[in-house]
Write a protein that binds this ligand. Sequence first.
Ligand code: C2O
Length: 513
Amino acid sequence: PTTREYKFTLSEVQLSPDGVFRTMIAINGRFPGPLIRANMGDRLIINVQNNLPNGTAIHWHGLFQNGTNWMDGTSGITQCPIPPNGGRFTYNFTLENQFGTYWYHTHYSTTNGDGPVGPLVIHSPDEVKMQKYYDVDQVVLLQDWYHDYSQALLPDYLASGSENGEPVPDNGLIQGTNYFNCSSLDSDSGYVCEQNSTRAVLTVEHGKRYRYRLINAGAFATFQFSIDNHPLSVIEADGTATEPLSVHRVDIAVAQRYSVVLNANQSSASNYWIRAQLNTFCFGDDNPVLDADARALITYTNSTAAPTDSVDWKDALDVECIGLNSSLLTPMFETEAPPATIMYALAANFQIGDYAIDRAYINGTSWVMSAVPTLNQAVAGLEAANSTFTTLGVSSAFSANQYVIDVPDVAIVDLLITNYDEGAHPFHLHGHSFWIVATSPDQYFDWSTYPALNTTLSNVLKRDTIMIDAFGWALVRFVADNPGLWALHCHISWHMESGLLMQFQTRNDIMRT
Ligand code: C2O
């Protein structure tokens, strides 16, 4: 194993990813952030310096952090935000028992939508089994994009009477760039726009197969991803290697990852569009289907000419608003999910609360970031976020606006998450991945079916982010074997900020010793 050390300096910069200049957050002055590439077993040391005017923390999305909960990078849960204007924090952890496609992003309010995101890829000798399907390995980063700073959009979204009108993205980006037509902006809009913005170009060699590691690093929208004239073969979902599944298009929700293989076997006389259509349709009536799409170009010949006979494939195996039917994806490495030893039912909804402010709730609690991280509340005497668990008692009383389920030691947990909202939501669990036991577009779970579902499951897909349909539910299962405080939340940054987050406290037996 190797120790890999990075320095991340976060600062506000003026950049124009799609031609429109705006204030955004860059890591080391760059956008997107650098690729972190490591082997299973390696140690990562990331020295973060926060030159932003607000606090920050960096979360390593999908990493288990087993035994290093305080490195999870969640503001108000596993650490205090890194102080603004020069504060420092060093993340230091090992990459155990997982490989595949992950990413990192700030975990402080809605700032992750302003640019501080990047890919994190873990390799393993087990990857050999997948490598027979491809010759070249590459990350393809997708994200929705706003022309305004998220903190500037937030007050309106959270304002009294605004009723779930999420800010709608202005564009989509592939590899941090896309074309934008400046003339579509009002002349008095005040934006500085350069008409010569460009799209990414991915060059392929005829006869080779390319593994594209898709990451939806956006704030809000699902992408419908396809490559003209080329079927794709899905071989990974959120770090789980899968048997190849052929698709024409794949829907990828915020924070999800898929690896797809493209076989460069089409005529090399043409170029082909890579399309990533933003879909906000699934977030309820108020949100329009955006015409905007993110595009990039596949070329066999290094030509940047627009495609001539590119065919847009729209047919998909996707279930509308949910994405790929998980039962179509078979893990490449067999896993067995034992029956659950405990089950929790969670209800997620939005309500008009005090002052007609629309807030999100899970089982009646709307999360607000705690000034004292819940980890510090749980472990008495824990002072610095990077000290170790050496202390006293575990308290079950947390401060206001924290809904924490204290899971019995080493439980196998079934979670029934019911979505009472008119929009679909991508739920993400920190510190664990979960098997997808069952999902439904219907609001009511038939409890008489539960005994039949609570059995040993073989070869069911495991992932860390799942789209739950509007007025639907999902039943997922995880092994609560990882000591600490772990968030479960909707990954749409607007929704997390309006309270759609709860926490699990697991392995208290270890936390106590
Ligand atoms: Cu991508 Cu709470 O995380």
